[in-house]
Design a protein around this ligand. Structure first.
Ligand SMILES: [Zn+2]
Length: 400
């Protein structure tokens, strides 16, 4: 039986000495890996840093000195070494004076967070979308960002996570113009419009890839390099990380992922495929399946509640969806070799409510399901927004 872990996002922040506003620009290329390592993995001793970066202790001391003098890195109080017991003074990046906005879009809302350099969330906001016109949405992103930036916490960059158009043969954010199936957008210069509205650089990324980055930048994922994320909601999402890097997936490839055929005689999806993953799993598919037995159209949460209460029709619909999710996970593992799967999204509860069926689907298509580690994330769209902030932070660190 695969292990299933429950994860709830966590955040915190600490005070630090204030670096000069342009200190990042002055950092020499050779010293940037030290900053990246401290941003990604938190405070570390000089010995640990030198080991992970393959530097001699002398080189590390030389490269670190200007970072400390510029106020970008501070030495924390002495702590005993876990093995030798000798006191060490861990180095820590000063993260609390640099702020980033992360925003994610659904078809009805904009969700935003403000984070520090380590992607600790310090504020969150959301707003219902007045309409889906690009100008309206960008203006509302600007309003959310302004509310997040209150009390002098001016952000230096914004990341925006959004789904693309499954017909588009490019990843979202690659190139200037964005097509969004969910919002009905075609060839919208999202990044430029948001940058102009906010006066800071904007990086656009596929929202599931952004959420996967948020997972990668969490304590639970320490040391994780190879994993896949599958999200279930209005549609299916997919992201794959190998060697700590996101595999480049076009929007068309993500669309194909959600429409892969699991059983040739299964239910039909809106695109006309019989037995594709989406036909079993998406919110509307689950509601449609339950509606056929109930002779009325239930809400998604109603289907899950009734299934939990033992209603035969709803339980059957949820079980079928969970079984399909198990098969889908097995396909990912069989085809990529990754053993760690993160499940997320607003309709991922089928993985909890009907776990035995998920296990059955997994075991039907994979030889060693006990080797697979499944993490089911508690759903919160602000986690998606945090992922967009991570995208902006990565860009900021790389560009400066
Ligand atoms: Zn389909």
């Amino acid at each position: 039986m695969a292990r299933i872990l429950l994860v709830v996002g966590a955040a915190g922040s600490r005070g630090g000495r204030r670096p000069a506003p342009d200190a990042w620009r002055a950092v020499p290329e050779t010293a940037r890996p030290i900053l990246r390592e401290l941003v990604l993995h938190g405070p570390q001793s000089r010995t640990a840093l030198a080991r992970s970066l393959g530097l001699s202790p002398g080189s590390l001391t030389r490269l670190t000195k200007p970072l400390v003098e510029a106020g970008l890195v501070v030495e924390r109080g002495a702590v005993p070494h876990p093995v030798s017991g000798r006191p060490t003074r861990p180095l820590e990046v000063v993260a609390d004076d640099l702020h980033f906005v992360g925003v994610t879009l659904t078809s009805s809302h904009v969700y935003g967070v403000l984070t520090n350099l380590r992607a600790d969330v310090v504020a969150r906001e959301s707003a219902p979308l007045a309409d889906l016109a690009p100008e309206t949405v960008i203006a509302q992103i600007g309003e959310v960002a302004e509310r997040l930036s209150a009390r002098g916490r001016q952000p230096v960059a914004i990341g925006l996570g959004m789904g693309g158009n499954a017909r588009t043969r490019a990843p979202v954010g690659e190139g200037e113009l964005i097509d969004s199936g969910l919002l009905g957008w075609e060839q919208v210069p999202v990044s430029r419009m948001a940058s102009e509205r906010l006066g800071i650089p904007c990086t656009v990324r596929n929202d599931v890839t952004a959420l996967a980055y948020s997972h990668l930048w969490s304590k639970q994922a320490r040391g994780l390099t190879d994993f896949a994320m599958v999200t279930v909601g209005d549609g299916l999402g997919y992201a794959l990380f190998l060697g700590g890097r996101a595999v480049r997936l076009t929007e068309a490839a993500i669309g194909d992922f959600g429409h892969q055929i699991l059983t040739p005689d299964g239910p039909m999806c809106p695109a006309g495929h019989c037995g594709c993953a989406g036909a079993y799993l998406t919110k509307s598919s689950l509601m449609m399946t339950a509606a056929q037995g109930m002779r009325r159209f239930p809400t998604y949460s109603e289907v899950l509640e009734l299934a939990g209460a033992g209603d035969r029709v709803c339980a059957r619909a949820v079980q079928r969806a969970a079984w399909a999710l198990g098969v889908l996970i097995a396909n990912v593992v069989n085809n990529t070799g990754v053993r760690t799967l993160v499940l997320a999204g607003e309709a991922i509860d089928v993985a909890r409510v009907a776990r035995p069926e998920l296990e059955r689907g997994l075991a039907a298509r994979h030889r060693n399901p006990e080797d697979i580690e499944l993490t089911v994330q508690a759903h919160d769209f602000h986690d998606w927004a945090r992922g967009a902030a991570v995208v902006a932070i990565r860009r900021h660190i790389s560009d400066h």
